[in-house]
Write a protein that binds this ligand. Structure first.
Ligand SMILES: C[S@@+](CC[C@H](N)C(=O)[O-])C[C@H]1O[C@@H](n2cnc3c(N)ncnc32)[C@H](O)[C@@H]1O
Length: 327
């Protein structure tokens, strides 16, 4: 069954949080209880592969898509206190691999990959979901708080026309390094990137005419001011060239102090693309740590920022320690 959307409002946020955390208690033997650092080593191997039961079917269809990343992260950077909150970006957090595993391989996520309609809980109305992967329509992704891993840009770069990774300054060089190290796996499209100096992919085999623009951009939520896009040419070009955009953020709600700057940034970018007439949606993955903080985030998003937040209800996601929200 495809995932469903549960619209959140002032009346049901607390019930939603209660249910989700009660589910977590019942899963306490299966889901990890740690803070969510994917692996505590400076070199991390991450395999993103179809689950075993899906593999045979996919092999028959000859469309097996799997990825093996080697990522350099910095545990000393994570624990250093010199750079405030941005230090969390020095390592990979487990929400990202869980999200991409679901998005790529789960039959219930098909409507997100390819477009379709899904049920909205509490109403009889089916909700239309624009495809995240480009097909007839050209699509782009803006990722907020990408961190150093480069997993999402490399994988999703195979499926979209535009991908913009963003984070604070201290994170960007390591992110670029990891993207370069793993870029051979972005092999379904010709990759162009001004920020990484990639102007041609002649050394690789890509389908002709099929390209992704992959850019790395400094974007600090505490300083971000978007007036008309002229200061952010990458956002401007994405808006010119795409008809659908997804703003994606994985595990960025972990500190009360960052909730307002994050929501302000998200709202500005969302409004900008809506104004430019793009189909605009956001996917926010939250690693469930402090209950109060998740409640605070959802309340602010719904009440103060007036964002149409939906909980993504799905059997796989419910078996993990993270929740996904669709705006
Ligand atoms: C817990 S990490 C998650 C990183 C990555 N999304 C992942 O799943 O591995 C939180 C991310 O938010 C970023 N971040 C924190 N404060 C920020 C700010 N003020 N502006 C932009 N990014 C920020 C951090 O640098 C970090 O990359």
């Amino acid at each position: 069954m495809p995932f469903q959307l549960e619209p959140l409002n002032v009346d049901n946020i607390h019930e939603h949080i209660f249910e989700r955390y009660t589910q977590l208690v019942s899963l306490s033997d299966e889901v990890s209880q740690d803070l969510g650092i994917h692996q505590k080593t400076n070199i991390v191997h991450v395999d993103i592969e179809p689950p075993l039961h899906a593999r045979n079917k996919r092999e028959k269809l000859n469309c097996l898509e799997s990825y093996n990343f080697i990522i350099e992260q910095s545990l000393s950077g994570l624990y250093s206190s010199s750079n405030g909150n941005s230090t969390t970006g020095y390592v990979l957090w487990s929400t990202t691999p869980a999200f991409i595993q679901w998005l790529l391989y789960d039959p219930n996520a098909y409507e997100l990959r390819k477009g379709g309609s899904v049920k909205t809980i509490g109403t009889s109305i089916a909700r239309s979901i624009p495809a995240m992967f480009s097909g007839k329509q050209s699509t782009g992704i803006v990722e907020l708080g990408s961190g150093v891993s480069g997993i999402l840009p490399v994988i999703l770069g195979n499926h979209v026309d535009y991908y913009i990774c963003t984070d604070q300054r201290g994170i960007l060089n390591k992110m670029k390094h990891n993207i370069r190290e793993n870029i051979s796996q972005l092999n379904r499209r010709h990759c162009l990137s001004q920020s990484m100096g990639i102007t041609s992919g002649e050394d690789r085999e890509e389908p002709a005419g099929n390209a992704v623009n992959l850019e790395i951009m400094l974007l600090d939520w505490e300083k971000f001011q978007l007036k008309d896009g002229t200061c952010y040419p990458d956002l401007y070009f994405l808006a010119q060239k795409s008809s659908t955009v997804y703003i994606v953020a994985m595990d960025v709600i972990y500190n009360d102090f960052l909730i307002d700057p994050f929501l302000k940034t998200l709202s500005q970018i969302r409004d900008y693309f809506i104004q430019k007439k793009l189909q605009t949606h956001c996917l926010i993955g939250i690693h469930l740590r402090a209950e109060d903080m998740v409640a605070n985030f959802l309340e602010k998003a719904v009440l103060q920022y007036r964002l149409p937040v939906n909980h993504v209800v799905d059997s796989f996601l419910e078996s993990t320690r993270f929740s996904l929200y669709y705006i």
